[in-house]
Design a binder for this molecule. Structure first.
Ligand SMILES: Cc1ncc(COP(=O)(O)O)c(C=O)c1O
Length: 397
C-alpha cells in the first residue's frame, strides 16, 4: 500500500518553470534542436575569479560548518554592497544567508505567516510565491495588474482585509521585465504603512536593468521602511551563479533572528566554499558582471524589435531582467493543423511541439494571455527562435 503523503506536500503544485526546463533538457538530450527561451538563468559561466575563490577556500580547509546564518565575512559584504547602492545600513546580524533567494523567501514566509494570514501577490508574480505562502499556512491573494504589468495601487489597497499581513513585490520583475518606479514603490509602501503590513521585496535581478533605468529598493524610501521591508536577493543572476545556491534575506532584526533560528534547526549553513566564492563576487569590481549585463542589453534590443516587427505582438517595455512578456491573447481561438490555441499553455505547447521553441505560459505567473521568453541566450538563437515562431504564427488559421 502506498504511504500517505501529508496534505502539505500532496497539495503542493510543482514549479511550472522547472518542469518546462526539465522537459526541454530531456528533449535536448535526445538530440532535438531546441531554441530555449524557457530557462530563467544566465547562459554565462561563473566568472573565473569567483570560481577560483571557491577552489582556494576548499584547498585552505574552509570546508566545515559555519554559523547557520552564514559566515560573518559574507554578511558584512552583503551589508556593505547594500549600503553602497541604496544607502541603507544593515548590521550583519540583520542578514541571513541561505540556499538562494528562493530559500530566503521561504524562510521569510515561515517566520512571518500564521495560518490563515493573507498575503497580496500583485500579478504577474514569480511562480513560487503562491505555493510558498500556502506551505507556510497562508492564503495567497492575487491582485491583477492594470493590464500593463505595472502594480495597480488602488486594487492592492482594495484587496486588503483584516487578515492581510504582507505584500510580495519583485522588481525588476520576472516575468514582465518591468522595473517599478520610485513613485510606484512609495505608493506600495504607503499602503503597507496604512494597513501595518510587511513588504517582501524580491530583488534578485537588482543589477540587470536597461542602462537608463536604476532599480530602487523599497527599503531605501526613508522613515520606517527598513523596519517594514524584508529584502530577498542572491548572487545567482548577477554573477551567473545559479548552481552555487547562495542567497540572503536582509530585514528587521526580529525577522532575521527568527530566520537564523529556523535555519539552525533545518538546513544549517549553506555550502561553505560557495559562501567564500560569494564574498569574492560581492567584493570584486563591476567588471565581474558588467560585460554580461551589457550583453543582456544587446539581446533585449534584438528581441524587443523582433517581437514588435517580426511577431507583431504587443509587449510591456523591457526595463530589466532578461525576460520579455508579450501579450498573445489576440492569437487565442486560432488553430494550427486543427489544434486550437485556447490559452497560453496550449500556445507554449504548440511552439514546443511544432516549432521546437521553449517558452513559458503566462498562466504560470498568474497572467493568462501572455507568454514569457527568456533572452538569456545568444543573438543567433534569438533570431532563429523568432524565425521559427513567425513561421508557425503565419500558419495559424
Ligand atoms: C523572481 C525570482 N526570485 C527568486 C528566484 C530564485 O533565485 P535563487 O537562485 O537565488 O534561489 C528566481 C529564480 O528564477 C526568480 O526569478
Amino acid at each position: 500500500m502506498p504511504l500517505r503523503i501529508a496534505s502539505r506536500a500532496a497539495n503542493l503544485a510543482p514549479s511550472v518553470t522547472l518542469e518546462i526546463d526539465a522537459l526541454a533538457k530531456s528533449l535536448a538530450a535526445r538530440g532535438e534542436d531546441l531554441v530555449a527561451f524557457g530557462a530563467g538563468e544566465p547562459d554565462f559561466d561563473t566568472p573565473t575569479p569567483i570560481a577560483d575563490a571557491a577552489v582556494t577556500a576548499i584547498r585552505g580547509g574552509k570546508t566545515r560548518y559555519t554559523l547557520a546564518s552564514g559566515i560573518p565575512e559574507l554578511r558584512a559584504a552583503i551589508a556593505e554592497d547594500f549600503r553602497r547602492r541604496h544607502g541603507v545600513a544593515y548590521t550583519p546580524d540583520q542578514i541571513v544567508v541561505g540556499n538562494g533567494a528562493k530559500h530566503a523567501i521561504h524562510d521569510a514566509f515561515q517566520v512571518l505567516i500564521d495560518p490563515g494570514d493573507e498575503v497580496l501577490l500583485p500579478s504577474p508574480y514569480w511562480v513560487s510565491y503562491a505555493e510558498m505562502v500556502r506551505l507556510s499556512g497562508g492564503v495567497p491573494v492575487v491582485v491583477p495588474s492594470d493590464g500593463s504589468c505595472r502594480p495597480a495601487l488602488e486594487r492592492l489597497a482594495a484587496a486588503c482585509t483584516p487578515r492581510t499581513r504582507g505584500i510580495v513585490i519583485n522588481s525588476p520583475n520576472n516575468p514582465s521585465g518591468a522595473v517599478y518606479t520610485r513613485a510606484e514603490l512609495s505608493g506600495i509602501l504607503e499602503i503597507a504603512r496604512g494597513k501595518d503590513l510587511w513588504i517582501l521585496s524580491d530583488e534578485v535581478y537588482e543589477r540587470i536593468t536597461r542602462p537608463d533605468i536604476r532599480h530602487v529598493s523599497p527599503a531605501s524610501l526613508g522613515g520606517d521602511a527598513p523596519e517594514r521591508v524584508i529584502i530577498a536577493s542572491s548572487v545567482s543572476k548577477t554573477f551567473a551563479m545559479t548552481g552555487w545556491r547562495i542567497g540572503y534575506l536582509a530585514g528587521p532584526s526580529p525577522v532575521a533572528k527568527a530566520a537564523a533560528v529556523l535555519q539552525s534547526q533545518t538546513t544549517s549553513n549553506p555550502n561553505t566554499p560557495a559562501q567564500w566564492a560569494s564574498v569574492a563576487a560581492l567584493r570584486g569590481d563591476s567588471r565581474l558582471f558588467q560585460g554580461m549585463i551589457d550583453e543582456y542589453d544587446r539581446r533585449r534590443r534584438r528581441i524587443e524589435e523582433a517581437i514588435a516587427t517580426t511577431l507583431r505582438l504587443e509587449c510591456p517595455p523591457l526595463q530589466g531582467t532578461f525576460f520579455a512578456f508579450p501579450r498573445v491573447e489576440p492569437l487565442f481561438g486560432r488553430s494550427f493543423e486543427g489544434e486550437v490555441v485556447k490559452d497560453s499553455a496550449t500556445l507554449a505547447s504548440l511552439l514546443l511541439k511544432k516549432a521546437r521553441v521553449v517558452t513559458v505560459p503566462g498562466s504560470a505567473f498568474g497572467a493568462e494571455g501572455y507568454l514569457r521568453f527568456s533572452y538569456a541566450t545568444s543573438l543567433e538563437r534569438i533570431d532563429e527562435g523568432m524565425r521559427r515562431i513567425k513561421t508557425l504564427l503565419t500558419a495559424l488559421r
